[in-house]
Design a protein around this ligand. Sequence first.
Ligand code: CMP
Ligand code: MG
Length: 391
Amino acid sequence: MIQISKGQILFRQGDAGDSAYIVEKGQIYIYLEQDKEEIPLAMLGQGEIFGEMSLIDNQNRSASARAAVDTSLSVVTKEQLMERMFTADPVVKLLLNVLLKRLRLQNTALLSKEAQEKEKAKANAQRELIGASNEAIEQIKFENLVYEAFRKNQFEMFYQPIVDLKNRKINGCEALLRWKDPEKGYVSPGVFIDVIESSSMVLPIGMWILDQSMKDAKELIAKKNNPNFTVSVNVSTKQFADPRFIEELEGLRKKHDLRPTNIKLEVTERVMMEGAVVIETLRQCRHIGYEIAIDDFGTGFSSLQYLSSMPLSSLKVDRSFVMKVNSDPKVRAIVHSLIFMSKSLGLEVVAEGIETEEELQSVFAMGAEKGQGYLFSKPIPFSQFLNLEGV
Ligand code: CMP
Ligand code: MG
């Protein structure tokens, strides 16, 4: 906390900005200076923040600040503010910059023509926000492009077999979203899945995925003549947090006349961090009879305590572990204990990313029941999967 006495100038228009301030007590007068004249902008009181603009837009102080009475201020350092700005969404950063630019323009409009010209020249010389803005604009444009692709029916579901390791029978599969651009062909999922999951479009797209996967599940069960066939569908945290989720899920399941046990909801470790509402939704799904698998296990924040309290039916050991199970003794030890722990918790273990016979043998020997990976098949279109006899 700093004290400044009545009439004391804190900083002047055109200075470099180093900190912002919160008024704790007293009053701060904000004004523009033109020759010897003062143009009033604002009188700020308790709880108001000022001096933030130059820190955010990296330009000079847009106005001067003086104590109108004896005043106490809390200091917000540039670092404190920047730390919070770094984590902000690029679009929010862009918005802030646009708003600050407008405010600066409004301020300058109060000055004489001559002073305005000087200010404009300075502002042009300081243009350096372009990096952040471009990133933000590209992000919005790409989100729009992805949603547009969805609306134009350019999405399809591929299926990768999940295999019983003791007899190599295909008892299930994972449904995976693919985007086929009419000109560029298949777009790598790495490029667009995260974009979908980080925006609210995951809700309609997620429902479409469930609808499509259930429709295909119905056909697979009949064709494979296996009432226990399970289709695993990746469901994101945002979907579980949607209050309509269970109702919509159940609606689709009934429409496709499936048993809940035919559907396995794959969730990531992130879901464990989301708090009570999401966990409760998971619990209800499990109660209805849906299978629930924890996906990519070991790659995120895994708290064993959370794990034991989650309503899970299986655990998928991430491919990054399976890949090294025979070459890295430490990884081998981790996989071993992961599988041991899962079995102690009564979970079925699925090893992801099995690419060689040796990997299969190792994870099977350690107790994994099921496997998925290129050794059996990569993800393939539905029509192909329907006719896949064995692997
Ligand atoms: P900054 O540009 O760092 O330094 C001057 C501060 O005055 C600025 O941040 C804002 O906090 C404040 N300020 C600038 N223009 C206005 C305005 N038109 N009305 C109220 N406060 C302003
Ligand atoms: Mg998955």
